[in-house]
Design a protein around this ligand. Structure first.
Ligand code: PMP
Length: 400
């Protein structure tokens, strides 16, 4: 007998497999278009200048020690992160925002799902987009929700008609996961007009919006522009919502796991209650959150000089990604590729959704040492002046 007897092997997460294949590839020209992490023009991981400055400031301060943070995290970080997204809003002025530092965006989604189980056990269904970041399904399923997929993408773009039609059929009072901007993996966001229509259905159906905000500032270069949907929902529609922030991409703090969940509630009393529930749920899962990344993010957000540097770092990253989209597209046009690749410049954010099939993806890996997700998603951030022509030639050959 073994206590592990009924365990069933689960295949590894496919995106981490792509990275493994990449590292095992001995070719000098190999490229990893799999994992969504920013790379500089030399293809290297990039520590943002604002983060370098914050780390220097932290070093020069008195020894800060390694004591536990409060359960809900570093107060300065929480306050500044909430202010970043909600400054000037009625919800903030009326103290209707509960918040908690989380293990990056994933932890924020987890805390949200967990807390909603406590505050509204009758909400049993979570709607996600098809396709979406694969962890949405895994995460909410493991919290006991029934997860249902809503069609989102068709022929290189957002499938507005199918998406709205499916929402009209949704179970009322369910949970709905929205991507604040830079939809992962398709890079296709609804227009503002489409969002307004979508939100009217959400309001009618009394769905609870969980706004997954993993790319604020990273998409357009402006945090405010990328937070448009959040502010529309909270300010103009005056709805309750969860906002799940990640500082992985926009501050490059991936492995430090810096995030925040903010629950916008109808009344200040409910914010107090929800604060107590998220704290309790956090205690049950990780006890207290990690310190170093939150110190870095708080330092950046607190200092006007560092915050200005951050905003310029965001412009640089998003601008480089946009430039790479154009370069890749121009190269493919120059090669007279038989396929219409214009979706590359129409999509935005970190990813390109190529629609390549499994055979083409294997061909790119085996013949051109280009590694990408099985879904055909490519990380545009991994492209640079030195590899973009090679990638264009390979993509062109893959579709011929
Ligand atoms: N949501 C989406 C849509 C994402 O793409 C990501 C990052 N891959 C996350 C959430 C959260 O990532 P992290 O936990 O690293 O912040």
């Amino acid at each position: 007998f073994s206590f592990f007897e009924d365990g069933v092997y689960i295949p590894p997460d496919s995106i981490f497999e792509v990275a493994k294949n990449y590292w095992a590839d001995a070719d000098a020209q190999k490229i990893n278009l799999g994992q969504g992490a920013y790379r500089d023009e030399f293809g290297q991981p990039w520590v943002l200048p604002c983060v370098r400055m914050a780390k220097q400031m932290l070093k020069e301060k008195e020894e800060q020690g390694h004591e536990y943070l409060p359960i809900t995290g570093l107060t300065a970080f929480r306050e500044k992160a909430v202010e970043l997204v909600f400054s000037g809003s009625k919800a903030l002025a009326e103290q209707r925002i509960a918040s908690c530092q989380s293990l990056s965006g994933t932890g924020a989604l987890h805390l949200t799902g967990f807390a909603l189980r406590r505050s509204n056990p009758s909400a049993k269904t979570v709607y996600i987009t098809d396709p979406t970041w694969p962890n949405h399904k895994l995460l909410f399923t493991s919290l006991g929700y029934e997860v249902k997929e809503v069609p989102y993408y068709r022929d290189g773009g957002f499938d507005y008609a199918s998406y709205v039609a499916a929402l009209r059929e949704a179970e009322p009072m369910s949970v709905l996961v929205l991507h604040a901007c830079a939809h992962n993996p398709t890079g296709c966001d609804p227009s503002k007009e489409e969002w307004k229509e979508i939100m009217s259905v959400i309001r009618e159906k009394r769905l609870f919006p969980v706004i997954d905000s993993a790319y604020l500032g990273f998409n357009s270069g402006s945090v405010e522009d990328d937070a448009w949907l959040i502010r529309y929902i909270v300010d103009e529609l005056d709805l309750e919502a969860a906002v799940c922030l990640s500082f992985a991409k926009n501050m490059g703090l991936y492995g430090e796991r810096v995030g925040l969940v903010a629950l916008v509630t109808k009344t200040p009393e409910l914010a107090i209650t929800m604060n107590s529930i998220i704290a309790n749920v956090q205690r049950a899962t990780i006890s207290t959150p990690p310190l170093y990344g939150a110190r870095i993010a708080a330092t950046v957000l607190q200092s006007p000089e560092l915050q200005a540097q951050w905003r310029s770092d965001l412009k640089l990253m998003s601008g480089r990604i946009r430039a790479m989209r154009e370069k890749l597209y121009d190269e493919l046009v120059r090669l007279r590729s038989p396929r219409d690749w214009s979706f590359i410049v129409k999509q935005s954010g970190m990813f390109g959704y190529t629609g390549l099939n499994a055979r083409q993806i294997t061909y790119l890996r085996d013949e051109h040492h280009i590694h990408m997700a099985v879904t055909g998603r490519i990380s545009i951030a991994a492209l640079n002046d030195r590899n973009v022509a090679h990638v264009a030639v390979a993509l062109d050959q893959a579709v011929r």
